[in-house]
Design a protein around this ligand. Sequence first.
Ligand code: MRU
Length: 353
Amino acid sequence: MAITPTVNSAAIRWHGDRLQLLDQRHLPTETLWLDILDSQQAADAIRDMVVRGAPAIGITAAYGLALEAQRLGESATLASLQNAIACLAASRPTAVNLFWALERLQRVAGDLQGNALCQALTDDAESIHREDLAANQAMGEFGADLLPDGATVYTHCNTGALATGGHGTALGIIRSAWARQQLSGVYAGETRPWLQGSRLTSWELLNDGIPVTLVADSCAGQLMQQGKVQAVIVGADRITANGDTANKIGTYNLAVLAQHHQIPFIVAAPVSTLDSALPDGSHIVIEQRDGSEVRAIQGKPVAPDNCPVYNPAFDVTPAALITAIVTEQGVIHHPNTEKLKAHLSQVKDRRHD
Ligand code: MRU
């Protein structure tokens, strides 16, 4: 079955036996689509940031594994897919959605073989894709309920259709609030060094006609001091059992600023981003990326080429700084271990209804 969510800016197209990814390294100047035919190409695309954003990484890994099973055909078994699973799992370490998707597909695979296995993995990868879009739409409504009328919000990185199965997590809340005529505008931080905010978020919001103002990351404090921001809304790559949240580097700075200025700090993420196996954020593996991303902007040097660089892709915001976590199941106000556990058990109960 072909799946292209009917949402502007979608980055993942599934054609049944082929995946197409919008190459986000070239946005906003060029819209190039890459064909992905097997798990190795899917893993390369995740590692090289052709596709990025926690849910989109999970969806791509799921399709990558389904494509690998299709390639093996009659000889496909869960054992024969282990190299592909290991290769996909090694592509990026921090977004738990990648590992969540691979574990889900392995449970679906069970003892199936050959065509039955291919079909089951393909169907489940499509379900993950569809469920993510539906989750984002639900999150959009729950999150918009938290915003005052006429709010101007600040967001970081890119959490939109490009980072998900469509609509977006934090950007999904922004889209839903805009559709309800509840929003005045959005400040998008440029998100050095990879520039997800300036290259991707501004592109998505302009495509949708949502008023966006791009700012350098270092402008956030002044905006809050001047009373120009009523909420900060961000996504997440992994939320541990106590609510600590790994997200794009710079998120923690925003949470500290928001607390100082008594502005709500809202995290939006599907249940697939909750990692109850880790007790707190100190256990999260933070991806370290190449120094060349900081020494140059889009290939143009902005620092001496021998200058040492520290370039973590993510930071961890302690739960105590988070006003609310929004999932497709509802809102967890002032998250802590008990509230997250209760939220997750509700999800399990609904699945067993
Ligand atoms: O390095 P990236 O671009 O994959 O980082 C993405 C983020 O940090 C997003 O905020 C997060 O994955 C949530 S996306 C809905």
